[in-house]
Design a protein around this ligand. Structure first.
Ligand SMILES: [Fe+2]
Length: 275
C-alpha cells in the first residue's frame, strides 16, 4: 500500500437517496453504495438529489426525511461514512438558494449547480454570470460533459474567472465517458481550472461511489499534492464553507486552436455528438 492511498477522500456529489431521481433505486442499493464508498476510503459523502425546479425545492421535507432514514440505516449497518444533505440544482432563472438543502451540509457559501448537457443559450449563461454569483458561490458540476465547453474549453475559464468553482467527475478523468471527455478533463486539470473531483455516483455498477482510482491516477499523472487538494482538502472546505483558493490563468490561445483541430477530427470520426 502506498502512502497516498491512506488519504481519506470526501465525495461532494452522489445520488444516494432512493426513490427521487435516477440514482439509487432502493434502500438496498443506497446502503450498498455507502458500503462501496467505505471500502474505497471515502469518509464523508454528500447526498445530492437533482433539483430541477422550484416545485422540487418546495418538497425538501420529503428529502430531509429520507436522509434521516438513510442515516439511521447506515448506522444500523455499522458503516462509518459520514453523510450530509445537499442537492444538485439545475440552472434556472428563479434559482432560490434559501432552502436548507441548497448548500451542501448547510455550508451557506457554496451550491452545486448543473447546466444542460446540450448548448446552453448565451442569455442563460449571461444571467447566471450576472445575477447568481451575487448570492453564493457556484460549484459547477461536470463541466467536462457540457457541449458548450467541449466546443470551446476556454469557456471554462470564463466561469472560473468570475468566481465559480469547477467539479469534475472522477469517471471522466479515467475515460468512462469517452475519449473526448477524458481529454477535456485533462485539459482542465492541466490549466489549473479544476477545484474538486466527485463521484456523481448513481448506482454500484455503472456509476459507482468510488474515488480512489481517480485519486491515484491524478497523483501519478500530476502530483499527490494536487490529488489531495481535489479529493480531500477542497471538498472539506466546501462542506465547512471555508474559502477555496482559486488562481485561474487563461489557457494559452494555441491550446484552443489545437483543441479546435482535435474537435474537428473527432467529430469527423464520430459523426454528430449528442452529449
Ligand atoms: Fe449528478
Amino acid at each position: 500500500m502506498t502512502a497516498h492511498s491512506t488519504i481519506p477522500l470526501i465525495d461532494t456529489h452522489a445520488h444516494i437517496l432512493p426513490f427521487w431521481d435516477d440514482g439509487a433505486d432502493s434502500w438496498e442499493t443506497a446502503l450498498a453504495m455507502v458500503k462501496q464508498a467505505e471500502e474505497d476510503g471515502i469518509v464523508e459523502a454528500v447526498c445530492t438529489p437533482h433539483i430541477l425546479s422550484k416545485q422540487e425545492f418546495q418538497q425538501e421535507s420529503i428529502l430531509l426525511g429520507r436522509f434521516e432514514e438513510l442515516s439511521k440505516r447506515v448506522k444500523e449497518a455499522g458503516l462509518h461514512v459520514r453523510l450530509y444533505m445537499g442537492s444538485e440544482i439545475f440552472i434556472h432563472p428563479e434559482l432560490d438558494l434559501q432552502y436548507r438543502i441548497a448548500t451542501p451540509a448547510g455550508n451557506g457559501r457554496y451550491f452545486l449547480v448543473e447546466f444542460p448537457m446540450s448548448l446552453t443559450p448565451e442569455s442563460v449563461t449571461q444571467s447566471f454570470l450576472n445575477e447568481i454569483f451575487k448570492a453564493k458561490i457556484p460549484v459547477i458540476a461536470h463541466p467536462e460533459r457540457y457541449l458548450r465547453i467541449l466546443n470551446n474549453p476556454t469557456e471554462a475559464y470564463r466561469y472560473v474567472e468570475r468566481g465559480a468553482l469547477l467539479q469534475l467527475n472522477a469517471g471522466s478523468i479515467l475515460g468512462n465517458f469517452g475519449q473526448m471527455i477524458r481529454e477535456l478533463s485533462h485539459f482542465l486539470l492541466d490549466a489549473n481550472l479544476v477545484h474538486l473531483v466527485a463521484s456523481d455516483a448513481h448506482d454500484v455498477h455503472s456509476r459507482p461511489l468510488r474515488l480512489r482510482k481517480a485519486f491515484d491516477y491524478v497523483s501519478h499523472k500530476w502530483s499527490e499534492d494536487k490529488a489531495r487538494q481535489l479529493f480531500n482538502e477542497n471538498p472539506a472546505k466546501m462542506l465547512r464553507g471555508d474559502v477555496i483558493r482559486s488562481e485561474p490563468k487563461p489557457p494559452q490561445q494555441k491550446t484552443k486552436t489545437k483543441w479546435g483541430r482535435y474537435m474537428k477530427s473527432f467529430t469527423k470520426k464520430m459523426g454528430t455528438f449528442n452529449g
